[in-house]
Design a protein around this ligand. Structure first.
Ligand SMILES: [Cu+2]
Length: 339
């Protein structure tokens, strides 16, 4: 088996912090209950090896205690303080955190809009989680950012409230005209756009990219993994893409038309097949700033919590569609980028 442990996701209360319950939050909690029931039935006769009974548990960020949140950030800082292992190929990478960013950049063309999307990102965040645990004494598992919490104001969420037990708050106000995003959607500017002003990573420097930034004014633009571009992390938290986080979209993805095949599921989750934001893209562009460059989006540490949520949806879909759980669909190259 590819992974040393299997994972299960813990649902959360319908009330999180100051945010009101949403239909989407209730819907994903209900779908998760069904997913666990399905896995219990599938694993009922499994006596040894990985099963739902001994699975590791990934939890919603809002359900962690403050010391647990701070310990996660401490472990991320630990990777940031480790030397890079990526040279000479990734010569602009300055530390182990950068190596993860560089790995995602290096393979960006073959892991987005291809059959690798779901499984590659699963392996990527599992590798991240494993290094936090194995080398930085982190005892938890990778938490997820539940997109269905606080969709109307991300700064109300404990993921982005700017405290030292968050992933940091919004960027400083930077006047710009917004962000050009996937499928030529134009996102109006939020209240940020500049350097992230608060939280545990406020003094950290990012070094790689951006290559194709969506946000206006995010420059200079780099060309390679050898280009060193030290700067602050920038964000422009936006609620405009949150229109994607409805219970109708979720049901379409997990139990409706888009759930029928891995191809349809992956397309609906990843890209914007119906002229609106997909959930994956919506959350990326909710972060704004550095995260609007897909290739170097992992400069923003919230991207790991975001992709843990992507993987959670994949896991729920797999559990509820066991006959297709191991199938993949798509090309090996992103054909839209082949000239
Ligand atoms: Cu990616």
């Amino acid at each position: 088996m590819l992974f040393s442990h299997i994972l299960v996701w813990a649902a959360t209360s319908l009330l999180s912090g100051f945010c009101l319950a949403t239909n989407g939050l209730q819907a994903i909690n209900e779908l998760q209950v069904e997913a666990i029931k399905s896995l219990e039935a599938q694993h009922a006769k499994r006596e040894i090896g990985c099963s739902i009974k001994n699975a590791a548990v990934r939890r919603d960020w809002v359900s962690l205690t403050i010391p647990e949140k701070q310990d996660y950030s401490r472990a991320v800082q630990c990777l940031w303080d480790r030397p890079s292992e990526g040279r000479p190929a990734f010569s602009a990478a300055q530390n182990l955190y950068d190596d993860f960013v560089a790995t995602h950049i290096n393979q960006s063309e073959i892991i987005h809009s291809t059959g690798r999307f779901l499984t590659w990102h699963r392996l990527f965040i599992w590798t991240w989680e494993s290094r936090l645990r194995n080398e930085c004494s982190y005892e938890g598992y990778l938490p997820y950012w539940n997109w269905f919490e606080c969709p109307d104001d991300l700064t109300d969420s404990s993921v982005f409230d700017g405290s030292d037990s968050s992933m940091g708050g919004d960027g400083e106000y930077f006047e710009h005209n917004g962000t050009l995003v996937a499928n030529n959607h134009f996102l109006p500017s939020g209240k940020g756009g500049g350097c992230v002003m608060s939280g545990p990573f406020v003094n950290r420097t990012v070094h790689l990219g951006p290559f194709q930034p969506g946000m206006e004014g995010l420059s200079p633009v780099m060309k390679s993994l050898q280009d060193h571009n030290p700067r602050c992390l920038r964000r422009d938290l936006s609620v405009a893409p949150a229109a994607a986080f409805t219970h109708q979209n979720l049901h379409n993805l997990i139990t409706g038309d888009a759930s029928r095949t891995i191809d349809a599921f992956q397309s609906e989750l990843q890209s914007s097949s119906r002229g609106t934001f997909s959930m994956h893209n919506a959350a990326h562009y909710s972060l704004g700033g550095d995260a609007t460059c897909v290739a170097s989006s992992y400069n923003d540490p919230a991207s790991y919590l975001h992709h843990a949520m992507v993987d959670r949806l994949y896991w729920i879909w797999q559990a509820l569609h066991p006959e297709q759980a191991r199938s993949i669909a798509g090309d090996l190259r992103n054909l839209s980028n082949v000239k």
